[in-house]
Design a protein around this ligand. Structure first.
Ligand code: URA
Length: 236
């Protein structure tokens, strides 16, 4: 693939902008500045990478990302009242069509997946596909056995035809509980906790499928998902 196409597919702007980046000597491959937009490279090797303005980029046919979402960010490219999660990512990702895989509320923190692979996004957001998601909620009132039993047995949410049950519900402390759910309904966890007689004051997603939010990833930081991560995601 030629260098212009490599930059273009990776979200570095229009073809004209990519050619200009290359002509201006801002792109290097293997440590060497390349000013020929038509220079050809084999991108079959998964180790292939390039640098733009000294920042290294791997070549990825599809982008699979994980973000440790902080509170105060909306999962939208056009946020209404808060900042966009896309402001935490290099602009190349929005440019190449990366979108959130499901949404977290603006005040919810933790594991958010993003991708430009439409099939992947659909697979992990389709209501038909049951994927376990683990949330940790901080509650206003102490968590008790009756609330946990109600969450496990199923609670009726406004507008839903039948009760929704947590796959697992356990106390993590006096005012903390971990809830595993399969669905991804609007404000689901907060509404379930309210229906069980408590109130959710803070919510954090720590796992999707078999993939946990890496403990070392700071709030607001992101990372690529590798094959092992994608395998874990599917295995849960
Ligand atoms: N459930 C909620 O209530 N909010 C979220 O952000 C995610 C799940």
């Amino acid at each position: 693939m030629n260098l212009e196409s490599i930059l273009f597919t990776q979200g570095f702007g229009s073809r004209r902008q990519c050619r200009a980046l290359i002509a201006d000597g801002r792109v290097s491959v293997g440590g060497t500045v390349r000013t020929d937009a038509d220079a050809d490279f084999s991108i079959d090797d998964s180790a292939f990478g390039f640098s733009v303005d000294g920042v290294a980029w791997p070549y990825r046919e599809r982008a699979y990302l994980l973000l440790n979402k902080p509170a105060g960010y909306e999962c939208s490219r056009e946020p209404q009242h808060h900042l966009s999660v896309f402001s935490l990512l290099p602009p190349q990702f929005a440019e190449r069509g990366v979108q959130c895989v499901g949404r977290l509320d603006q005040d919810t923190t933790g594991l958010l997946l993003l991708s430009d692979d439409g099939k992947f996004v659909h697979l992990f957001t389709s209501p038909k596909r049951k994927v376990r998601k683990v949330y940790v909620a901080t509650t206003r009132h102490p968590v008790d056995d009756a609330q946990l039993a109600a969450l496990r047995d199923g609670v009726l949410l406004h507008g839903e035809p039948k009760p929704i049950a947590a796959v697992e519900a356990e106390a993590r402390g006096d005012r903390q509980l971990a809830l595993t759910v399969m669905e991804g309904k609007y404000h689901q966890v907060k509404r379930m906790i309210a229906a069980a007689g408590n109130r959710c004051e803070a919510l954090h997603r720590e796992r999707i499928g078999g993939l946990a939010l890496p403990a070392a990833l700071a709030p607001g930081a992101w990372q690529w998902l590798d094959e092992t991560d994608l395998g874990s995601l599917r295995s849960g």
